[in-house]
Design a protein around this ligand. Sequence first.
Ligand code: SF4
Length: 64
Amino acid sequence: MRVTVDEDRCEGHALCVESAPDVFDIGDDDLAIWDEHPPAGTEKSVRAAIAACPRQAISISTSP
Ligand code: SF4
């Protein structure tokens, strides 16, 4: 699983961090930073973060 955040859409609401704190954080620029290749077992929380993001900025793909 590869996680991508569209930084043009992200507004730093941090709802992704609440949903998946092991994968997302807020960086010094107040926008999301994230683990592009999170470990197995995080997919459910990443999907919750996708649902929670008010900017629809997060996507996942199966490509490396
Ligand atoms: S919830 Fe969405 S808009 Fe907010 S910090 Fe996370 S990726 Fe960015």
